[in-house]
Design a protein around this ligand. Structure first.
Ligand code: AHR
Length: 553
C-alpha cells in the first residue's frame, strides 16, 4: 500500500499528554490547564452574537436512485424476504437512519429520473412491468448478467418510497422526468401523491394500495442535470421545459409546492445566469423555490482509489471537496442579479466523494466504493460549509445513501454496516434547525508534495458552530494527516459550562468498516470538565470532532 505507515500515524495522533480512557479501548490525550494554553498553535473564536441563519434540517438530506445496489439490495428487500424488513424495507437501514434524523430523501434519480415512468411503479406489485434501467448499459455492469440493477422490476415505486420516508421520519423529494415524459404525466404524479381521497382516479389507485390519505409531497425536482443526462438542453431550452412543467395550472391540493430547477454543471456561471434571465423574462422565476447544484469531489491525479491513497490523494480529495464553498458563493452571486429579494435558495441535491474503486460488496453495486476517515473528513468539512452558508443552502442530499458513491451504509443480503461518513451525520445531527453563528478558525496550514513538485497548502483546521438556547454545537475537522492541533477555543458572548466531546478518527487512515468488522472506525465520546482544559482542546490529526457545549445561564 502506498499509504501512510500505520505505526507513524498512530504515534503522531496520540503523542504527548495525559490520556483519557474512553470506550473501545482508545484514548483522547489531555494536557493540563495553563500548560496547554501556552502550547496552543490554533484558535477558534465562536461569535454567538453574529448569527448567519437557521441551519435548515433539510441540509441533512439523502439521495436514493435506482442505480446499482441502492434500491434493490439496499433499501428494498421485499416483503417475502428472509432479511428482516418492514413492509419490504430493510429494518437495519430504518433503525440506522432513525438515529441520524434524516430530514428529506430524494428519489428516484439522478439520471434515472429522466427515464422513469412513475406509472410503472404503482398499482398491484405483481402486475408492474419490468423495464430496462437507465444504467443498464454502463461498462461497470458488463459482467452482470441480469437482475434489478439492469432490469428494474418496479417493486419499489412511489408508495413504497413514501412509506420508507415515513418509517425513517423524512420528507419525500421527488424528481420529475423532463427528458422523456410530458408535463401531463408530472401533473398526474402530483395527483397520485397529493389529491384528496375520492377526488381523482389516481387518488383511487393510491387508496387501493392502502393509502387513502394524500402524501402531501412538497418538494419536486423538475428534471435532473438538464445540461447532461437530463436532456442535454441549453439553459434557454430548459427554461421553456421548466415553464411547461410548473408555470400553469399545476394541481396544488393545498400543499405549498416547492419546485427545484436543474442547476449548472459544477460552477458553470453561464448556465445559472442564462436560465435565470430566460425565466425572469417570461415571469416564471416566482415558480422556483430552489436551484439545484451538484458537487462530487475526487482525486484523479492521485489514483482516485477509495482506500489505497497516499499523502497526495488525501489532500487532493479534501481540496476538491472544499471547492464547493467557492462554487456556492459564485452561483449565489449570479442568482442575485435576477432575484434581488434572495427568495430562491440553493439545493445541493447531490454531493460526496466519488472514487474509482470496483464494487466491494457485489458486482451489481455500480459506483460502490469504500469509505475511510478521509471520506468522514469530506463529510464534516462539507456539512460545516453548509452551516457557514445557512443563509444560502436550503437543502442538501448526500449521494448516495447506501451501496453507492459516498455511501453512508453498505448492505448485501442480510448483511449491513455503516461507514465513517454515517458517523459524521450522527455527530452533526445536533446542528439541524439551530442558529448558525460566525466562527473564526486559524492555525498552521497543512502542506504536502503536490503533483507539480511544489508544496500544496490547505487549511489545517476548519469548522462551524450553531446555537439552540443554551446548547452550543461546535464541529471541527483537522485536515492534517500528521499533526494534532492544540487549539484555544473562545466563546464570545457566553460562558462555557459542561462539554461533551465526540471524536472520530482511525488507527490507520486506510481503515474501513466492513460486515466482519463493522466498528473498525467509530467515534469516541467523553465528558470533560471545562476547568480541566482551560479552553484548550487537542484535535487529533485526520479527525472530525464535535464539542457539545452547555452554556452557563
Ligand atoms: O449519483 C450518480 C449520478 O451522478 C446521478 O444519477 C447524476 O445526477 C449524477 O451525474
Amino acid at each position: 500500500m502506498p499509504g501512510i505507515p500505520r505505526r507513524q500515524f498512530v504515534q503522531t495522533a496520540l503523542a504527548g499528554g495525559v490520556s483519557l480512557i474512553v470506550p473501545h479501548g482508545r484514548s483522547v490525550p489531555l494536557l493540563r490547564g495553563r500548560v496547554r494554553s501556552l502550547l496552543a498553535d490554533s484558535h477558534i473564536e465562536v461569535l454567538l452574537d453574529e448569527p448567519i441563519g437557521t441551519i435548515a434540517p433539510e441540509v441533512y438530506g439523502h439521495f436514493t436512485e435506482h442505480l446499482g445496489g441502492v434500491i434493490y439490495d439496499g433499501v428494498w428487500v421485499g416483503e417475502g424476504s428472509k432479511v428482516p424488513n418492514i413492509g419490504g424495507v430493510r429494518t437495519a437501514l430504518v433503525d440506522a437512519m432513525r438515529l441520524i434524523k434524516p430530514s428529506v430523501v430524494r428519489w428516484p434519480g439522478g439520471c434515472f429520473a429522466d427515464s422513469y415512468d412513475w406509472r410503472d411503479g404503482v398499482g398491484p406489485r405483481d402486475k408492474r412491468p419490468v423495464r430496462t434501467n437507465f444504467w443498464a448499459g454502463d461498462a461497470g455492469l458488463k459482467q452482470v448478467a441480469g437482475g434489478p440493477a439492469k432490469y428494474d422490476p418496479n417493486e419499489f415505486g412511489t408508495t413504497e418510497f413514501v412509506r420508507f420516508c415515513r418509517l425513517i421520519g423524512a420528507e419525500p423529494y421527488l424528481a420529475a422526468n423532463v427528458r422523456t415524459l410530458p408535463a401531463t404525466a408530472f401533473n398526474q404524479w402530483l395527483e397520485y401523491c397529493n389529491s384528496p381521497p375520492a377526488t381523482t382516479s389516481w387518488s383511487g389507485v393510491r387508496a387501493a394500495a392502502g393509502d387513502r390519505n394524500p402524501y402531501q409531497v412538497r418538494y419536486w425536482g423538475v428534471g435532473n442535470e438538464a445540461w447532461g443526462c437530463g436532456g442535454n438542453f441549453t439553459p434557454e431550452e430548459y427554461a421553456e421545459e421548466y415553464r411547461r412543467f410548473v408555470a400553469w395550472s399545476v394541481p396544488q391540493f393545498d400543499v405549498d409546492l416547492a419546485f427545484i430547477a436543474s442547476g449548472p454543471n459544477g460552477g458553470d456561471i453561464e448556465w445559472t445566469r442564462r436560465l435565470f434571465a430566460a425565466l425572469a423574462e417570461r415571469g416564471s422565476l416566482d415558480r422556483m423555490w430552489g436551484l439545484s447544484m451538484h458537487h462530487y469531489c475526487s482525486a484523479p491525479d492521485a489514483g482516485a482509489d477509495a482506500i489505497a491513497f497516499d499523502e497526495r490523494g488525501w489532500y487532493d480529495l479534501l481540496v476538491s471537496a472544499d471547492r464547493i464553498e467557492s462554487i456556492i458563493a459564485s452561483i449565489w452571486e449570479v442568482m442575485r442579479q435576477a432575484d434581488r429579494q434572495r427568495r430562491i435558495k440553493l439545493v445541493v441535491d447531490e454531493w460526496g466523494a466519488w472514487h474509482t474503486s470496483a464494487p466491494i460488496v457485489d458486482p451489481s453495486h455500480l459506483f460502490e466504493s469504500q469509505s475511510t476517515i478521509r471520506d468522514a473528513l469530506v463529510t464534516g468539512l462539507t456539512l460545516d460549509i453548509f452551516h457557514r452558508h445557512a443563509d444560502k443552502v436550503a437543502m442538501a442530499n448526500v449521494a448516495q445513501l447506501i451501496n453507492c458513491i459516498h455511501s453512508l451504509c453498505f448492505s448485501h443480503g442480510d448483511k449491513f454496516c455503516v461507514t465513517p461518513a454515517y458517523h459524521v451525520f450522527a455527530m452533526y445531527a445536533a446542528h439541524q434547525g439551530a442558529q448558525s453563528v460566525r466562527t473564526l478558525v486559524s492555525g498552521p496550514q497543512a502542506s504536502w508534495l503536490a503533483k507539480d513538485g511544489k508544496r500544496g497548502a490547505f487549511w489545517g483546521l476548519n469548522g462551524s458552530a450553531s446555537r439552540r438556547g443554551r446548547e452550543l454545537t461546535l464541529t471541527v475537522t483537522n485536515a492534517s494527516l500528521t499533526e494534532a492541533r492544540e487549539t484555544e477555543v473562545v466563546v464570545r458572548g457566553g460562558t462555557v459550562g459542561a462539554i461533551r466531546m465526540t471524536t472520530l478518527t482511525a488507527s490507520s487512515v486506510h481503515d474501513v468498516n466492513s460486515f466482519d468488522q463493522p466498528d473498525a472506525v467509530m467515534p469516541i465520546t467523553a465528558d470533560i470538565a471545562a476547568r480541566e482544559l482551560n479552553g484548550v482542546y487537542r484535535f487529533p490529526p485526520a479527525s472530525v470532532t464535535k464539542l457539545a457545549i452547555t452554556l452557563d445561564a
